[in-house]
Each structure stands twice: as C-alpha cells, then as structure tokens.
Design a protein around this ligand. Structure first.
Ligand code: ADP
Ligand code: ADP
Length: 232
C-alpha cells in the first residue's frame, strides 16, 4: 500500500510561488489500477513524482511498505526507487542505444551479471512481443512499440509499482487500447500496482479500479469509478 499524508509541493519560480500540490492525502491499495485525472496544470504529474521522489515534497509523508520515503537515506531511497518503474508520454528512450540496451540499462546500473541481464531482457522482450526487434533503434519503431519498450525498461528492476504519466497521450486510439490492455495484463499477471495519470476520461473508465480527480493542486473527489462518474 502507498499512503500519501498531507503532501504539499510548492515550486519557487521567478514569477512567484506555484502551489502544484496542496495538502493531498490518498491511499493506493496493492494490486489496484489507480487513476489520477484532471486538466493540464492540475498537479497530477507533480503528485506522482512525489511518490517516487523525483520531486521532494516540502511537507507531508509518503508511506511505502510501512516506511516514510522522506525519511530514508540516499542509499535506502535508491533501493526503494527500484520498486517503482515509470513510463512517460514521450517514452524517453535513449536513441543511440538498441531496444535490447534500453531495456538492459537499469539492470546495468544495478550491476547484475551479464547472463542474468540477458535472461531478464529476453523474457521482457517476449512479454512485449518485440523479440525480433531487439537490435533495432527506437527511431525505427512505431509509437506503440516504443511505449512497449519503455514498459519493459520500467519492469526490468522487477518493481511493485508502475507509474504511468500520460502514457497513451501521444498515441492513436487503437494503439492506446493495445497499451492499456498490456498494462492491464501486467497488472494481473505480475500483481503490479499501477498509478496512471491521464486527462482522458475514457482511459480511466477503461482500466482503472479507483480514481482521484485533481483540480488546482487538490484532490477534489476520490472513489470507485462508478461512484465518481455516475450522475447523482
Ligand atoms: P499536470 O500533470 O496535472 O498537468 P503538473 O504537475 O505538471 O500538472 O503542474 C502543476 C503546476 O506546477 C503547473 O502550474 C506547473 O506549471 C507547475 N510546475 C510543474 N513542474 C514545475 C517546475 N519544475 N517548476 C515550476 N513549476 C512547475
Ligand atoms: P544517449 O545517452 O544514449 O545518447 P540521450 O542522452 O540522447 O541518449 O537520451 C535520449 C532520451 O532518453 C532523452 O529524452 C533523455 O531524457 C532520455 N533518457 C536518458 N537517460 C535516461 C534514463 N536513465 N531513463 C529514462 N530516460 C532517459
């Protein structure tokens, strides 16, 4: 379970303070697909980046597996980060490296042995059905294929949580469906907790178990999909 308690994040800019996340408290259960929906600028991305501490909240607590991530040492934090994979709207693959090497990248960081790296990468290539493209470069793949590679890279360290930041926003409707179905499949098969940011209602309705609606840095509504989106 992930628990956010009164998380607040303010950016200090030359035009003043931006209150990106204001006093947000949330609970995300193990194994669920949790959606965060809201307009651009609502604070969704900042909130999710506070979960893996790509952003450090100035107050509040981020509890993961019973520990407040804000209180960990750098070394403990690095270990915890491997428990969370992340994918992005624009894939963020390394263009000068092959598909195989993109997926292997986090494993080389973890200093795994070469045969263990190969075993993991090949099984991930099988999962995303791109074995035959392992020596291609990202520029040779379609958007959907690139996102599948990004998913494989995110899963390489065998995380318990997958954070998805507008992961289907750059894709056409058909490819969006394929990626959502893949996310759903790995959620079930790997018992992976998924936190999914989107501005698209359809995406949330398709695969999320529960959802939080964000507006101006705050969670204004939260609950089961049917409760949040059914008319009174
Ligand atoms: P969303 O993901 O819902 O579009 P964001 O979390 O990206 O929203 O942004 C929330 C607010 O915080 C916006 O006003 C945005 O401009 C601001 N913001 C986000 N990141 C930064 C940053 N690194 N520096 C300054 N302001 C930022
Ligand atoms: P290379 O070092 O192989 O030439 P680039 O520096 O050109 O790769 O990076 C290409 C893209 O990959 C950029 O959008 C960059 O932000 C992203 N990127 C680089 N390193 C990482 C990483 N460790 N995880 C995720 N994305 C990364």
């Amino acid at each position: 379970m992930i628990r956010l308690e009164h998380v607040t994040k303010t950016f200090l800019t030359k035009n003043g303070n931006v209150h990106a996340v204001k006093d947000v408290s949330l609970e995300i259960q193990d194994g669920e697909i949790f959606g965060i929906i809201g307009f651009s600028g609502a604070g969704k991305s900042t909130l999710v980046r506070c979960i893996n501490l790509l952003e450090k909240p100035e107050s509040g607590a981020v509890i993961f597996e019973g520990r407040d991530l804000l209180k960990l040492s750098d070394k403990e934090l690095r270990a915890q980060r491997q428990q969370m994979g992340m994918i992005f709207q624009h894939f963020n693959l390394m263009r000068s490296r092959t598909i195989y090497e993109n997926i292997a990248f986090p494993l080389r960081h973890m200093r795994l042995k070469e045969d263990e790296i190969e075993k993991r990468v090949m099984s991930l290539l099988e999962l995303i059905e791109l074995k035959d493209r392992k020596d291609s470069y990202p520029s040779q793949l379609s958007g959907g294929q690139k996102q599948r590679v990004a998913i494989a890279r995110a899963l390489a360290s065998r995380p318990k949580v997958l954070l998805c930041d507008e992961a289907t926003s750059a894709l056409d409707p058909h490819t969006t469906q394929q990626i959502l179905q893949l996310i759903k499949r790995i959620n079930k098969e790997l018992n992976l907790t998924v936190i999914l940011i989107t501005h698209e209602m359809a995406v949330v309705k398709d695969i999320c178990d529960r959802v939080a609606v964000m507006e101006n840095g705050k969670v204004v509504e939260e609950g089961n999909i049917v409760d949040v989106f059914s008319h009174p």
